[in-house]
Design a protein around this ligand. Structure first.
Ligand SMILES: [Fe+2]
Length: 547
């Protein structure tokens, strides 16, 4: 079966007609979209003979064109990732629809003189020849090096690390938070600097890809030394489209460098699927059944192309992306998914003053199951810092100086009852050192999280650190035109910078320190990095202080 035939089955009128008659959403979720996905990825039917393995010695072009990555470190385990793609901009990646054996090895040193683990994994055509290895039995709190081999080809070397032992005192942790890397808005220079920065871990908070068309010149990158193929020049909709988009992004050398040097913990926002979707409701007037088929394709391609474990593998249009990680006793990370289960945006999305529609207590940002999981996790937490890597702005963000100001209906401001339940849960659990990490808005913010955002004298419950974009928004400016309005309207907003970059956070038992790092331009390569501002918040006494 050819890719074109996959596509026609994937989007076939019979399938859409069948889906429309199914009625109940869960039934649709678990059957029609899953069946569509099975067609699309050509999963072998039960009892069918699998394709013969391709001898890797027959791969005559370098296949590690997308680099290597690692992620989700545990005290004894880490996920290693790569993909075989001799021709990454072709739908089949330049390989036949056959499995390929890929050897991997891990060592204590960069020269692989002290090996600690090795094995062989299969790059399945059903997973687009991606490789996910969950290495077990590693020592806690160590740096490791890894690489892959297919036939005569050796991959670049990656560096990763394991988390400290469960419950162990961990002296310090420095992590980075990044978000929003629209390829067409500029170069990933911030990733290049991040690759050289001394961090233990990177959180990617979403908008890893954008679904919009990419022209031959790569948009604002204005390539003159290459022309991107026309197959990128339309909005992603099919599994093939999404897979190709990850291939485009992962051929970026700066992004590859960041992945090779640091383990990533990733979560998605909207653009990995479609701008501002909410659960099963798309941005535009497309029936939810059709949108769920698109969501299944987007989620599948995301899993394939990220260093994620098997529990995160989607089933049709559903994926368990929210998950919990620990850094000894120092930090608990509750990684959220605020897209898959949320209620539709109130007042048709955009910005709007709060009202009965947005304030409906039945509305949810997390879904009931994820909310209960978060609050239960906090009750059980023994960590010094409870960090919540997630997507959209958590703190109140008034956008004008009116008493009742407009706020974003896509952020937590559009789901105030959901935010109230989360904050009440944090208080009830005795979470003292709450830190929320956010992305989405393409600017850097630092917020005090107030018990009542409308009362500056109310208790400060934690800190929100908003990572600016890697590229989205093009060059940006230090003080956007609404800077004075936002800082006046929101006294709990302690920092606002509109340039590209990333943020690092260093945790110790005593305090957290955030360093907002920025590059002055992205539409041409090679910008230098500088630190725009630094803040600390003391353990047990939340509240940001500029240093
Ligand atoms: Fe974004």
């Amino acid at each position: 079966m050819t890719i074109t035939q996959y596509r026609s089955q994937w989007q076939g009128p019979e399938l859409r007609a069948a889906a429309r008659h199914l009625g109940r959403r869960r039934f649709l979720t678990l059957t029609a979209a899953a069946a569509a996905l099975a067609f699309a990825v050509d999963l072998p039917a039960a009892g069918a003979a699998a394709a013969a393995t391709l001898d890797a010695a027959r791969i005559d072009v370098f296949p590690f064109t997308l680099g290597v990555a690692s992620g989700d470190p545990l005290p004894d385990s880490v996920v290693l990732w790569t993909r075989l793609a001799p021709a990454p901009y072709q739908p089949d990646g330049g390989l036949p629809a056959q499995p390929v054996d890929v050897d991997w090895e891990m060592a204590q040193d960069e020269s692989f003189a002290v090996p600690v683990a090795q094995g062989t994994a299969t790059a399945h055509p059903e997973f687009h020849h991606t490789v996910h290895v969950e290495v077990q039995g590693l020592d806690a709190g160590r740096v490791y090096y890894y690489r892959f081999r297919a036939g005569a080809w050796l991959s670049p070397t990656g560096r990763t690390r394991t988390a400290p032992a469960a419950g162990a005192a961990a002296p310090a942790l420095t992590f980075a938070a990044v978000s929003c890397q629209a390829y067409t808005d500029g170069y990933f220079t911030a990733h290049r600097h991040l690759s050289e920065d001394d961090v233990d871990l990177v959180f990617h908070l979403g908008d890893y890809i954008y679904e919009y068309a990419v022209d031959a010149a790569g948009g604002a990158r204005k390539y003159t030394d290459r022309a991107l193929p026309a197959l990128f020049d339309h909005e992603t909709g099919t599994l093939e489209d999404y897979r190709l988009r990850y291939a485009l992004y992962r051929t970026d050398a700066d992004l590859q460098a960041a992945h090779a040097m640091h383990p990533f913990v990733v979560t998605w926002d909207d653009h990995e699927t479609e701008n501002n979707y909410a659960g099963s409701i798309p941005e535009n007037a497309v029936p939810p059944d059709q949108f769920l088929i698109r969501r299944a394709a987007a989620y599948r391609a995301y899993w394939e192309n990220q260093p994620l474990r098997m529990p995160q593998l989607p089933v049709g249009p559903d994926a368990q992306l929210y998950r919990r990680l620990f850094w000894g006793r120092l930090a608990q990370f509750d990684v959220l998914d605020t897209r898959q289960y949320r209620s539709d945006q109130a007042y048709g999305d955009g910005k709007h003053i709060p009202g009965p529609e947005s304030e409906d207590p039945a509305r949810t940002m997390t879904g009931a199951a994820q909310e209960a999981w978060l609050l239960d996790g906090w009750k059980a937490s023994t960590a010094r810092w409870n960090v919540v890597p997630q997507q959209v702005c958590f703190a109140q963000r008034k956008m004008d100086l009116n008493t009742v100001a407009e706020v974003s209906m896509d952020a937590w401001d559009g789901y105030p009852a959901s935010r109230r339940r989360v904050l009440d849960g944090a208080k009830a659990a005795g979470v003292e050192n709450l830190m929320v990490l956010s992305g989405d808005v393409h600017v850097a913010y630092a917020f005090d999280i107030k018990d009542d955002f409308d009362d500056p004298a109310s208790r400060t419950l934690g800190t929100e650190i908003v990572a600016t974009s890697i590229a989205s928004g093009q060059n940006g400016t230090e003080r956007p035109s609404n800077w004075a309005t936002y800082t006046t309207a929101n006294p709990h907003l302690k920092f606002y910078d509109g340039r590209r970059g990333y943020v690092t956070v260093s945790l110790t038992d005593a305090r957290a320190r955030a360093d907002f790092k920025t590059v002055p331009y992205v539409t041409t390569p090679g910008a230098p990095l500088s630190t725009a501002a630094s803040f600390v918040t003391e353990a047990g006494a939340p509240g940001l202080r500029r240093v």
